[in-house]
Ligand binder design. Sequence first.
Ligand SMILES: [Zn+2]
Length: 57
Amino acid sequence: MNGGTELVFHCPACGECMAVNAPMREALLDQGCVVCGSVVSQSAFSPSPEANGDGTV
Ligand SMILES: [Zn+2]
């Protein structure tokens, strides 16, 4: 497991884009977009290009 995994959240409803970590992703999935309140799905998240991930697309 890698600590401090960064993700990018891109709201499909309002276009908000922000870097988040795993706990923030869980909060967004549970509570919706912090900007517009729309329901957020897993597909709204992608690995941060700056994160040292495994390169899975
Ligand atoms: Zn939004």
